[in-house]
Ligand binder design. Structure first.
Ligand code: FES
Length: 155
């Protein structure tokens, strides 16, 4: 990603920051944590790149790859699994043309994420659409929701 890293350095120094605040700043600006930005900041600040990646991979809030504008978060916890989460995920993968290895759609509009229990098991199976809870989801219901988002993109 072709981006000026100086503002990150300035904010990091001004706030007497740490790696977490620096990663948050990068993600806020870039939408994710680009590898080349990490390496450039590692050189400039004399912090090992492994320290950045160690933190970035530990916390689920950080993303090392570009994400879509719409995030479909499917719960794979036990309650959701028992109630058919896998069929819902397969429907989403077909609808979006994504896989677990390539979770973001070609057009960059959608990312399908899998998470462990969202803490709302009584609503299982649960899917979040851009953070909004959708309870008692089914493959058909999710396909309709995804279509609604797709139509909104083209409006
Ligand atoms: S297992 Fe899905 S919300 Fe708990």
């Amino acid at each position: 990603m072709n981006i000026d890293i100086q503002p990150f350095i300035d904010r990091y120094r001004a706030a007497d920051g740490n790696i977490i605040t620096l990663l948050q700043d990068i993600q806020h600006e870039c939408g994710y944590i680009p590898e080349d930005v990490v390496f450039a900041l590692s050189d400039a600040l004399d912090i090992p790149a492994s320290s950045f990646f160690g933190v970035a991979t530990f916390y689920t809030q950080f993303h090392l790859h570009p994400r879509g504008k719409t995030i479909v978060t499917a719960c794979c916890g036990t309650a959701c699994h028992v109630k058919g989460a896998e069929r819902i995920i397969q429907a989403a993968e077909r609808e979006l043309g994504v896989t677990e290895e390539h979770p973001t759609s070609e057009d960059g509009q959608f990312t399908l994420e899998r998470v462990a229990c969202l803490g709302t098991c009584s609503l299982a199976p649960v899917v979040l659409l851009n953070g909004e809870v959708h309870a008692k989801m089914s493959p058909d219901k999710l396909r309709r929701e995804i279509l609604r988002f797709k139509e909104a993109i083209h409006d």
